[in-house]
Design a protein around this ligand. Structure first.
Ligand SMILES: [Mg+2]
Length: 215
């Protein structure tokens, strides 16, 4: 009789290749889109209820994978976050993220666009706060306008050459400044916890993003 196989306890985490397959199936199978819609639906309900109750209601939104989809580059880079380098080989890739941003070709995330349109119809001012640098302003504004996000109040970007260990270190003080102008930020929506940390919003809403992490 062979003895039962002895398997030593190992500390290895999940296999990255397996996790990439799960993430790809999450996107391709439609569950990602459904989860996005589930969250934006919550935001919509809250905006409908709250916008008329405060003066100068405002909505804060992140840009990347909150209102614009980067799935094309995520897929082309096989989930790598390569910032530098050209982006001239899509759809196969590889594609540098900074070059991709400058193309201004990211499509809208449809549930977010519908929610944005509703916010504007309710008279809610929309502020985009992004970790993208100022050097990408023209491309980013063009991308936003071309995909239907034209009616925003302001796009706040990271000054060129500035780096933050957490996006929250940049974004939370920007929200405080918006409040200081007399706006009431009734909702803040992003795809990273660092979009939402640090307060200065009545409610926060976290979209799904199993594809990458921004500290
Ligand atoms: Mg984002």
């Amino acid at each position: 009789m062979p003895s039962a196989q002895s398997v030593p306890a190992l500390e290895q985490p999940a296999n990255v290749g397996d996790v990439k397959l799960v993430a790809t199936a999450y996107y391709n199978g439609g569950a990602y889109e459904r989860d996005l819609a589930a969250v934006t639906s919550e935001v919509s309900s809250w905006l409908s209820k709250r916008a008329s109750q405060v003066s100068q209601p405002a909505l804060v939104l992140d840009v990347d994978d909150t209102v614009l989809s980067n799935w094309q580059v995520i897929k082309a880079d096989d989930f790598g976050r390569v910032i530098e380098g050209p982006c001239n080989a899509l759809p196969a890739g590889p594609c540098g993220w900074a070059a991709w941003d400058l193309l201004g070709r990211a499509p809208a995330i449809t549930p977010s666009l519908r929610m944005f349109e509703q916010a504007r119809a309710l008279g809610v001012a929309v502020f985009f706060i992004t970790g993208r640098p100022e050097s990408q302003r023209a491309a980013t504004e063009r991308n936003l306008r071309n995909t239907g996000y034209g009616g925003f109040t302001r796009l706040v970007m990271v000054p060129d050459g500035k780096h933050y260990s957490s996006a929250a270190d940049f974004k939370a003080p920007v929200r405080a400044g918006i409040e200081g102008e007399g706006q009431t930020i009734i909702a803040n929506m992003g795809d990273q916890p660092s979009d939402l940390a640090g307060g200065h919003a009545e409610r926060t809403f976290l979209l799904p993003n199993p594809f990458y992490r921004i500290p």
